[in-house]
Design a protein around this ligand. Structure first.
Ligand SMILES: [Zn+2]
Length: 167
């Protein structure tokens, strides 16, 4: 397993997730302090230190948005597992996603152009625009600013992170 490190702001709110090497660099540079560690030791120049699991910034970073990865699971969570065209609520295995502005018309694969939808609506819309298909969205797709739940941190949430993710 590749350890990841949770970075907290000075006020202990979660900011983002780093690879442990980058986290260690912040600690070595004096920009962050270690809050919690994994048991694994790594060699750092002449001595061995534990891989940090949670670190905290020494100086407050203003207005840093939590990193919400653009993943299928996060997309479904943003949309409440609801087809954004017909409103049906489905399980993840029955959902798919749709480019609101089709890729053939220059639509991008990003939070503001992708919505969860059912297979039936996906087929119906095909590569048509909303107007051409005569379909409407339940709501305008946006980049989520709040975390739907801790699943955005990946399938495995280290025990040492839980306390900080509860808020
Ligand atoms: Zn649908």
């Amino acid at each position: 397993m590749v350890e990841r490190t949770l970075l907290l702001n000075t006020s202990y709110e979660p900011l983002l997730i780093l690879g442990w090497q980058r986290a260690l660099t912040l600690v070595v540079l004096g920009k962050a302090e270690v809050v919690s560690e994994y048991t694994r030791l790594v060699r750092c120049k002449t001595h061995r230190i534990r891989v940090p699991s949670v670190i905290r910034l020494r100086r407050r970073v203003p207005r840093v948005r939590p990193m919400i990865r653009f993943l299928r699971s996060n997309l479904y969570a943003r949309d409440g597992y609801q087809c954004q065209y017909c409103g049906d609520t489905l399980s993840a295995k029955d959902l798919t996603y749709d480019h609101v502005i089709p890729r053939s018309k220059g639509g991008l694969t990003c939070w503001t152009n992708i919505v969860s939808c059912c297979v039936r609506c996906n087929r119906k819309k095909g590569s048509l625009s909303l107007e051409e298909a005569g379909m409407r969205l339940l709501k305008r797709p946006v980049r989520p600013r709040v975390l739907p739940d801790s699943s955005v941190y990946g399938p495995v949430t280290p025990e040492s992170w839980r306390f900080y993710l509860r808020a």
